[in-house]
Design a protein around this ligand. Structure first.
Ligand SMILES: Cc1cc2nc3c(=O)[nH]c(=O)nc-3n(C[C@H](O)[C@H](O)[C@H](O)COP(=O)(O)OP(=O)(O)OC[C@H]3O[C@@H](n4cnc5c(N)ncnc54)[C@H](O)[C@@H]3O)c2cc1C
Length: 493
């Protein structure tokens, strides 16, 4: 099935334990800091029912059959891979690339688990069937998941089992006939308070000898007894911002949370593996989770980069600083970064990896290159906005000034080049500030740096696995030439 926005919101009324500012939130759907972001997520659900988007965002297994979000599809052809890409672009455009963790993100990720069900079989818990059943359940009910992969930072110099409190990192406390009783915390679950389910698995190579009790993968409903969601301080505390003054931050703040599992019972059919360091440390690298979710993320990042670069250009054009060659040089570099990102995305879909089971994965070399380079591209884009926007980013009165008594005065003195009315020039600056200066924009930049997981693990895995065949060929040729000389010299002697 595909849910409507209203059905999604109704689902959020299931009582859950969410804390913000030291208080328990009685109803997340009416909580002022969550209301607008929930509306933004709900809109993504509604789009699936909109005849303009239904064929792009959903699929069915047979003609006229039940429709599902296409993010769940395991693509078996290049056309299907590109169809998923079209959907990701459509979703990303709807939030201007500002919602990193909309429902489609985790739908895409668990499709990567579905594709790799056989991988889960080897850990001896019937994982393949359990994963397949779970993904089907999530797809059939069109659920919104978050994931919580990391351990609390506590003391990073020590492994999980040597932390001062052995239960600070989530671990198995007890095995019972019904399932695992777990205790401890996981982070950082974006959107957790407004989701239906929480998936936990380790991201990267977190665990070493002695950490077996910490090495597990499972899913529970967000509203499970004992699950406590502790949110960070909201960056936008209420729902009063408007889209002129805060075009992005008024509606796209994604909450981040620590999830505490306080003796939570996870039924066996929801335990995909446990007690396995090998499974925990390799799941990210050996299954489709990173490739499938990365496909969505590269679309989202590309959409936001497009908006960010054009905003930088418009900002400069609004006061004609773009006529200066030094500013032009900066803008040209941003455009080049955008084009590099766009080219990586193109390669992802045009040169996919076809697995033994006939699944089409995004080109991993290109996707990871984007994941590793984009944070620096994006930081540069924001820096150029700040350097070129200068005072204009600060002098941004509200819409009230332009529509109130001093409207004419404000329009005159905040005017831009070529008689651009103040209200129009300031609107451009406000968008630029929402991207580059506002706390929500800063969080998005931080997100770009870390969403792919711990960069050191991702980057070092990339160094070992990336296709560098031309470089290797050239290197071997030169070494062989030198060796031949060396060998010849030796023979002469
Ligand atoms: C905005 C945002 C949203 C996020 N959303 C999600 C989400 O929805 N779900 C989710 O699961 N995660 C999410 N994350 C978490 C993200 O995956 C992590 O931030 C990322 O994996 C890095 O882990 P960490 O933050 O624990 O950093 P740490 O591991 O604590 O690293 C901090 C620093 O210490 C260094 N360091 C740490 N350990 C070692 C070591 N052993 N050896 C050498 N150096 C080390 C690191 O290189 C880094 O520079 C999000 C993060 C952000 C910022």
């Amino acid at each position: 099935m595909i849910r409507t926005g209203k059905q999604y919101i109704e689902g959020l009324r299931t009582p859950r334990e969410v804390y913000v500012g030291g208080e328990r939130v009685a109803d997340v759907t009416t909580y002022p800091a969550f209301r607008k972001p929930i509306e933004s997520y709900a809109r993504l659900y509604d789009m699936k029912h909109d005849s303009r988007y239904t064929d792009i965002l959903t699929y069915s297994e047979e003609p006229g059959g039940e429709r599902y979000d296409i993010s769940f599809l395991v693509p078996k052809s290049k056309e299907e891979l590109k169809a998923k890409g079209r959907a990701y672009r459509t979703y990303s455009r709807a939030s201007y690339g500002c919602l990193g963790r909309g429902p489609e993100f985790m739908a895409a990720l668990i499709a990567g688990m579905w594709e790799s069900t056989e991988w889960f079989e080897q850990w001896g818990e019937g994982g393949a069937q359990k994963v397949a059943d779970y993904v089907r359940y999530v797809r059939d009910n069109d659920l919104f998941l978050t994931h919580a992969l990391g351990n609390p930072q506590s003391d990073r110099s020590k492994p999980s089992h040597q932390q001062a409190n052995p239960f600070i990192h989530l671990r198995v406390k007890e095995e019972t006939p019904e399932g695992l009783v777990i205790r401890g915390a996981k982070q950082l679950a974006t959107a957790a308070p407004v989701t239906d389910e929480i998936l936990v698995f380790p991201n990267g190579r977190q665990f070493g000898p002695g950490d077996d009790a910490y090495a597990l993968c499972f899913a529970v409903p967000t509203a499970t007894p004992g699950v406590k969601i502790i949110c960070r301080e909201p960056l936008v505390p209420d729902d009063r911002r408007n889209v002129y003054d805060h075009p992005l931050s008024s509606r796209f703040e994604e909450m981040d949370a620590l999830v505490v599992f306080d003796d939570v019972l996870v039924p066996w059919d929801r335990v995909f593996f446990h007690n396995s360091l090998a499974a925990a440390n390799n799941m990210r690298f050996m299954t489709g989770v990173a490739a499938f979710s990365g496909h969505l993320s590269i679309h989202r990042a590309t959409v936001r980069a497009a908006l960010t670069v054009v905003t930088a250009m418009k900002l400069c054009a609004s006061v004609r600083t773009d006529v200066f060659p030094n500013v032009g040089e900066l803008l040209g570099k941003l455009a080049a970064m955008y084009k590099a990102q766009e080219s990586l995305l193109f390669r992802c879909e045009e040169e996919p990896r076809i697995t033994d089971t006939g699944t089409y994965w995004c080109n991993g070399d290109a996707m990871s290159a984007s994941g590793l380079l984009f944070p620096d591209f994006y930081t540069t884009m924001l820096e150029v906005i700040k350097r070129t926007g200068a005072a204009g980013l600060m002098l941004t009165p509200t819409l009230g000034e332009f529509s109130g008594d001093i409207g004419e005065l404000a329009n005159t003195y905040f005017a831009g080049a070529e008689d651009m009315p103040g209200v129009d020039r300031v609107q451009v600056a406000k968008l630029a500030w929402d991207l580059a200066g506002d706390a929500v924009g800063q969080r998005l930049a931080h997100y770009e740096r870390f969403y792919i997981g711990e960069p050191m693990f991702v980057s070092s895995f990339y160094a070992r696995s990336v296709d560098m065949s031309l470089g290797r060929e050239l290197f071997d040729e030169i070494i062989a030439e030198g060796r031949a000389l060396h060998g010849a010299a030796g023979a002469d002697a």
